[in-house]
Ligand binder design. Sequence first.
Ligand SMILES: Nc1ncnc2c1ncn2[C@@H]1O[C@H](COP(=O)(O)OP(=O)(O)OP(=O)(O)O)[C@@H](O)[C@H]1O
Length: 249
Amino acid sequence: MGTIEFRDIYKSFGNNHVLRGVSVTVQSGQVFFVIGQSGAGKSVLVKHLVGLIRPDQGRVLLDGVDVTDFQEKEFYPIRKRCAMVFQNSTLFDSMTLQENVALPIRKHLGVTVDEAQEMALEKLKLVGMQRHAERYPADFGDGMRKKVAIARALTLDPEFVIFDEPTTGIDPISAAMVDKLIRHLSDALGVTSIVISHDLRSIFGIADRIAMLYKGQLILDGSQQAFKESDNPIVQQFIQGLPEGPMEV
Ligand SMILES: Nc1ncnc2c1ncn2[C@@H]1O[C@H](COP(=O)(O)OP(=O)(O)OP(=O)(O)O)[C@@H](O)[C@H]1O
């Protein structure tokens, strides 16, 4: 359970040919990074998984099931299996951390307020925030709030989690905590994670596998080692964060 396959995906928006034949397989339980410059099509690729974007050509398979031609309604159960943590996942300031996490539980599981609060506490425990359950988002910095947003995304026990730039805009210590949490979700719970990121420290800290997009195509798909050893100058420019090089910006 938990395998994702993008087969030869093409996607254009008018004259903007964003994906030009991208094939990627994410194995169950992996922490899989999708990297590349701004506008490289990372989000567009990943959104195909939950039917938020449909390909012009190519197939999307989930646990071997071809979901490419699914109707909108058929994607509902897939969206429940797949949580998303966006860059600006916001919490409600007027609610405690526990109430914030309990909200989707009450909405989707139809349980009592007390049961939802109890389940929310379990999720806060998972991200190490249970002792702050009664406090409000405003008491915390971006990193802590990010962890609560992750706890909230985990409420329906997803098999997949998509993290869109989870460490962008947070301090290095908080970023390291978020990385550790993403790794833990895979190692302890078997969650398959797709992480869209530019953060080299995260990439070379926790990735099982990395796919780099460039000009609508996959330039390299492999392990951390494969990226470090790659003799492709575009890969090297990106992973070393060099301002000069062959990459067109
Ligand atoms: N719904 C849409 N309609 C039209 N164009 C879109 C749509 N979604 C994305 N695009 C375009 O597709 C290209 C790739 O966008 P995408 O968000 O996937 O980039 P990205 O690699 O995730 O970049 P970033 O790191 O900046 O988030 C951009 O040129 C963007 O403007």
